[in-house]
Write a protein that binds this ligand. Sequence first.
Ligand code: 6PG
Length: 243
Amino acid sequence: MQEAAEFVLWDGQRAIADHQRFFLALSGGTTPRALYETLAKDEWSSRLDWKAVTFVFGDERCVPPDHPESNFGMAQAALFHPLGIPAAQVVRMRGEDPEPERAARDYEEQLRSECPIAGQWPKLDLVLLGLGQDGHIVSLFPGTPALGEQRRWVVPNRAPTGVRSRLTLTLGVINRASVVLFLVTGSAKASVVRAVLEPRTGEERTLPAARVRPENGRVVWLLDGAASAELTISKQHPTSREE
Ligand code: 6PG
């Protein structure tokens, strides 16, 4: 997680130097949580002006903020609370709203008032993404209608497992970010990492993660050895050669 923490701090410093604020979209899941815990440690946290950070969410499970499955709750425990981030800097998705459609529209309104806008879309500095074994990112699951959304920034969606009802940013928002950072670890992700980065079929080419192609930005993948094990490119990497 040290490389990921290094990257986030570097990107945050760059954004703050450029436009005085850092608009950072957080993801849920175990891999992002390990990053937040690292960032919250003193040796890392002292390297960024956290007052200049606006935190938004890539997705949320439709549960109250104190529920164990809440992405906000996870970020609150691992990052906001340890760093003393005030609520005013956190744009939270209202997972507790019994009407996810209303919560999605409210979140889009909040983003409109908190984030810079370029054309029809918000301009986020950095979007952090985990990767599901089925190729999902945020709460954009393969074959779900939210993937085809062309106009809205935030929509309700359904997950195939776990908390079914979700709120998620759309690809239109993710693909206008300056940087999208994928964080993927563990052997369980090796085959989907290969499918996304070295697709062999039409289905693999259209996985949600494969549709992340920022128009004027960059995609960065941080993988551990286990997650990258099925990539052919890793075998050509100098550090993985045996000689
Ligand atoms: C969520 C997510 C989701 C997550 C991936 C990877 O709320 O679950 O935002 O997209 O990042 O499923 O999660 P893991 O790191 O736990 O495998």
